[in-house]
Design a binder for this molecule. Structure first.
Ligand code: SAH
Ligand code: F3S
Length: 434
């Protein structure tokens, strides 16, 4: 008899990508499944969802409706991830053809729920900290490694603490063991993951020696086979001097930093409960630029948070000018259930929100166009990870620029010196020079 097959669609953040890898590991190693090439062929269809903004949640129901039409007879559909945690059994009420609902903190139960009709597993107290590392990775070249689960911050716009639960750090020795294993089997790049990575070590599920994120970075970089370390997401509040100094000093840590600003107005940051001011953010960004030549900085910005005035928005624009982010993920504020900000007065009308988002994005595009000129001719060490159409291969520079060169398989998994020949806004073309 042929083996059963599964198909997974993954939405949202890197944590979801890793959770999907965990589910693949469980299904293939414990339940005898193998991946299907197409949804129409699969016996099991999973959608790993994101609930951070409202739009994707609305899209979910039309999407699973279309899965239901396309699936083969008898195939099961499971809704997993943050929207599963948030809506729970309501998903089955609204879409009765859904076979089970599996929350973001419960993905280790995948082989259990597939056998339980209409199962709903969404307990956010479920402790997965011992279940950190599934034995499957989508890429042989880089390994995502969870260092903590959940989030203890209470940013007033954010639903994540409700879907992923309280923050628990995974013991450092498990992380180091996992990173070593991945690196020794060829993944030269280790990508440390958590909602709030530089808050690492505040709480473990059992007794563990005190370890900060800075300590952890040193421990992972001591592994000989590890050549590059990336991490996401750090929080600007916890960017203390020791962390920035280690970031600057340690040659294995890639020189790109995500600094989620959210707003440039200290008044709005306070209403968001972000715990830092505009001045602190600018001070950290400036210190980073001074200490690390060539560093790239990316950010997340929310426009039109409740109560945001034109003056507040101008302050966000001023930070954009001052920091010169290489990448900006910008969003209109989206009111989320279970969050305090949904009930704040002075919700900003959608036309104003759209106008602010457009202005922010156009100005950032102009800034990127100006940066392009500086990029051309630069030489970077690029780690090649992906074949692209037209006999090209793509990889990332140490400072996270996406660079594509003519070439084929033999470049995959290698680090080469590459000169940028044609810079773009989000990706660049280059040539291998050594
Ligand atoms: N700690 C995570 C945050 C996850 S949410 C991280 O830093 O990656 C990712 C981003 O989505 C946030 O940084 C924020 O900019 C955006 N976001 C979260 N809630 C939102 C909301 N209600 N409306 C609009 N954007 C939101
Ligand atoms: Fe969300 Fe703030 Fe945590 S953005 S994931 S509550 S750091």
């Amino acid at each position: 008899m042929s083996r059963k097959t599964f198909y997974i669609e993954t939405l949202g953040c890197a944590m979801n990508v890793r959770d999907s890898e965990h589910m693949v590991a469980e299904l293939t190693q414990k339940a005898g499944y193998e991946p299907a090439d197409r949804l129409e062929e699969a016996d099991l269809i999973l959608i790993n969802t994101c609930s951070v903004r409202e739009k994707p949640v609305n899209k979910l129901f039309s999407e699973i409706g279309s899965f239901n039409k396309r699936k083969k007879a008898g195939a099961k559909i499971g809704v997993c991830g943050c929207t599963a945690s948030h809506l729970g059994e309501e998903i089955i009420k609204r879409a009765p053809f859904v076979d089970f609902v599996l929350g973001a903190r419960n993905v280790s139960k995948i082989t259990d729920v597939i056998h339980r009709p209409k199962a709903v597993e969404v307990d956010i107290d479920h402790d997965e900290s011992q279940y950190a590392f599934g034995e499957f990775r989508a890429s042989p070249y880089k390994a995502y490694v969870n260092i903590s689960i959940g989030c203890d911050k209470k940013c007033t716009f954010c639903i994540v603490p409700h879907t992923r639960g309280e923050e628990i750090s995974i013991p450092a020795e498990l992380i180091v063991r996992e990173a070593r294993k991945a690196a020794e089997s060829g993944a030269k790049e280790i990508f440390l993951l958590g909602q709030n990575v530089n808050n690492y070590g505040r709480r473990f599920s059992g007794e563990h020696p005190k370890t900060t994120f800075t300590d952890l970075l040193k421990m992972v970089s001591d592994i000989e086979a590890v050549e590059r370390i990336r991490f996401t997401s750090p929080h600007p509040l916890h960017m203390d001097d020791a962390f920035l100094e280690e970031f600057a000093r340690n040659p294995k840590i890639c020189k790109s930093m995500h600094m989620p600003l959210q707003s440039g107005s200290s008044r709005i940051l306070k209403a968001m409960k972000r715990g830092y001011t505009k001045e602190w953010f600018l001070n950290r960004a400036q210190k980073l630029r001074q200490m690390v030549p060539g560093v790239t900085i990316s950010t997340d910005i929310i426009v039109a948070f409740p109560g945001e005035t034109e003056e507040d928005f101008e302050e966000t624009m001023a930070v954009l000018e001052a920091v010169r982010f290489e990448q900006v993920f910008s969003f209109k504020y989206s009111p989320r259930p279970l969050t305090p900000a949904q009930n704040y007065p002075d919700q900003v009308p959608d036309e104003i929100a759209s106008a602010r988002l457009t202005r922010l994005q156009s100005r950032h595009n102009e800034m990127l166009d100006a940066m392009k000129k500086e990029r051309e001719g630069q030489v970077h060490t690029v780690y090649f990870e992906e074949l692209r159409p037209g006999n090209t291969v793509a990889g990332r520079s140490d400072n996270n620029l996406l660079i594509t060169v003519p070439g084929s398989e033999e470049l995959l998994g290698t680090m080469r010196q590459v000169r940028i020949t044609e810079a773009g806004r989000t990706s660049h073309r280059g040539e291998v020079i050594a």
